[in-house]
Design a protein around this ligand. Sequence first.
Ligand SMILES: [Zn+2]
Length: 361
Amino acid sequence: MVYSTFKHCLGTSTLVVLAGLACIIILSSLFVQSFKTDVHVRMFYGIMQTIMNHYALAVDLGATNVRVGLVSPAGKIVAKIKDKTPKNGKNGAVVSHRIIGMIREIMTGYPDTRIMGIGISSIGPLDYKAGGPLHSPNIPFQFVPLEEPLRKKFSLPVFLLNDANAAVLAEQRFGAGKNKKNLVYITISTGIGGGAIVDGKLLLGKSGNAAEVGHMIADTAYSIRCSCKKGLGHWEGYASGRNIPKFFKVWAKAHGKKIAVMLPAAKDVFDSARSSNAVAREFLDVLHRVNARAISNIIVAYDPEIITIGGSVMLMNGPVLLAGIKKYVDRYLKLPEIRVTRLGDDIALLGAAAAVFAQRE
Ligand SMILES: [Zn+2]
């Protein structure tokens, strides 16, 4: 009776479709309940995302460039465009307008692609409540609205993270941290930043700065002021791309070293050491000790299974810097696996996508 009433209202073919959907839902839930670990659940959802072909839009807002990509659940960047970060305009909205234009440009090539959400990796510091970078020293706007304009324009969920936090998510989902619950990613670039996942959870802290390792104290001998202007002896003030030449000058002066040629950029310091310049080599040994001190602090603070390091300074000088770190890390610490990231320059973009996939599971 009930069946014939439904049949009368809906028709036979509709009933077959509904019955099929019900079977899929029941079987899926039984399948999920039978899983014993998070890994299995994640694998299941990963497979479902791949089958359903749901992609993520990823935005990487840097001081110099802004990049937008379309990323598959397997971490393949199927489309990517790059532009200079806007520096002129009445206010920070000029940046979000440009990003909206870039997203539209990407999507014209993929009009039928289903998008799960938009992930944004941004330079910091971020104001998570306001949804964008606030008082960032590298952008000439007091505030750049990111989250709200993108959510309104595209009616999609938007996830905002600072670049190093995004990068550690990328490492865990697509890189050397796969299936690991404790990992740290460090970027040694113009500045130094970090992201940490501990017991499977991304550490954020009250304002998203729980792993701002660039501002750990790594030296007490030379008293160099950090580029954050907030303290002396911070790791970033010595070992970032911007500050290596400054540290070299301070060190050379303190030890009365005669420098035949000026070394105005980090690249010049590394090149001189490679060409067997004795002063540059001696300095690199001091730099290695500073790096190793900071990495020792990181090992103590986060107890990671693996540390991966990226950023332009590391990507260009990986073997020499890694060897120096391993040589001087505190001997009493059990050294975790330390390596240069395989995800290269795309790590923050992939991290923005990873934030979308992670939040929708
Ligand atoms: Zn600092």
